[in-house]
Design a protein around this ligand. Structure first.
Ligand SMILES: Nc1nc2c(c(=O)[nH]1)N[C@H]1C(S)=C(S)[C@@H](COP(=O)(O)O)O[C@H]1N2
Ligand SMILES: [Mo]
Length: 283
């Protein structure tokens, strides 16, 4: 019987075909990915592993939709990679900052599903809704008038790259959630980009003082592909929790898996524990 790790190895290979497709090579990459997903599907079915079957189905569905959208090149625009730095070449104090299985990138990869949304300030709003005493809706000007801050943090993507020393400018998420006064019943938050991307986090994680929404990085406005006009930054977890183009915080009374969490990634996503895949959750 195939193990979950073997099934997810196939999924990882498939994902990488898509993520690292060369411009013009998207069709071939998605055919290769399709074959790997099918292989993973056979393995999952042989194991009668219903969770894995559902997760793989979602990914095959994504593949079909992105083909229908004419293979959005933004699925992977691997900009300015500038080479990786070997962990062994880092001084000891910096080595201690690299979670297991990660490598350091000099550039800043761009990673997301779908296209980059256009920013229209006149219709843009940031919503705090759900289990709150007062529904809050902020315009961009109102957001920027809140007490701001700058914070330095490291960023770790589940696909293996880490980017050190990011200076983010923005507002702490607590400042925003406080405006809405979370109800006692609120335990989790579904953070959304206003389209189909969401990530779930425990409320207490979002209330940590290293969690913020940011509009600038290293002193410059974020590029649209990195999340302008606003992105979430959750340094303690893998990058998929740091929702770009963030538009909503929905406070909920129970946990609800987000986009990647439904597709087989770990619900919590602590890079120091290498919580990459959902099959690790039962450990
Ligand atoms: N709205 C949205 N936010 C997203 C994603 C996405 O697909 N859509 N991808 C996530 C993933 S997997 C990572 S690693 C980071 C990447 O941020 P970057 O492109 O600025 O490096 O964004 C996260 N935020
Ligand atoms: Mo990621």
């Amino acid at each position: 019987m195939p193990t979950r790790a073997q099934i997810f190895k196939q999924i990882e290979i498939a994902d990488n075909f898509i993520k690292y497709a060369r411009p013009g090579g998207e069709v071939k990459a998605s055919q290769r990915a399709q074959r790997r997903y099918e292989k993973a599907m056979k393995m999952a079915m042989a194991d009668a592993d219903d969770d894995a079957v559902k997760q793989i189905q979602l990914r095959i569905g994504d593949l079909a939709r992105s083909a229908a959208r004419d293979a959005e090149p933004e699925i992977d625009d691997y900009e300015g990679l500038g080479g990786n730095i070997q962990v062994s070449d880092l001084p000891q104090h910096a080595r201690d900052r690299v979670p297991p299985g990660q490598r350091i990138t000099r550039g800043w990869p761009v990673l997301h599903v779908g296209g980059v949304p256009r920013f229209d300030e006149s219709s843009w709003q940031l919503e705090v809704a759900g289990e709150v005493a007062a529904h809050v809706s902020l315009t961009y000007a109102e957001l920027k008038a809140l007490p701001g801050m700058e914070m330095r943090s490291d960023f770790h993507c589940v696909t293996g790259w880490s980017k050190f020393d990011n200076y983010w400018t923005g507002v702490k998420v607590t400042t925003i959630l406080d405006l809405a006064t979370p109800r006692k019943s609120a335990t989790h938050v579904s953070v959304g980009d206003g389209d189909e991307y969401t990530a779930n986090l425990p409320l207490e994680v979002l209330l940590d003082d290293d969690v913020m929404v940011a509009w600038a990085h290293n002193g410059k406005d974020l590029a649209p592909k990195h999340g302008f006009p606003l992105r979430l930054v959750v340094p303690k977890y893998y990058g998929w929790k740091s929702v770009k183009w963030v538009r909503s915080f929905e406070l909920i009374a129970a946990d609800r898996r987000g986009f990647w969490e439904l597709r087989g990634y770990h619900n919590r996503a602590d890079p120091w524990l290498e919580e990459r895949y959902s099959y690790q959750e039962s450990r």
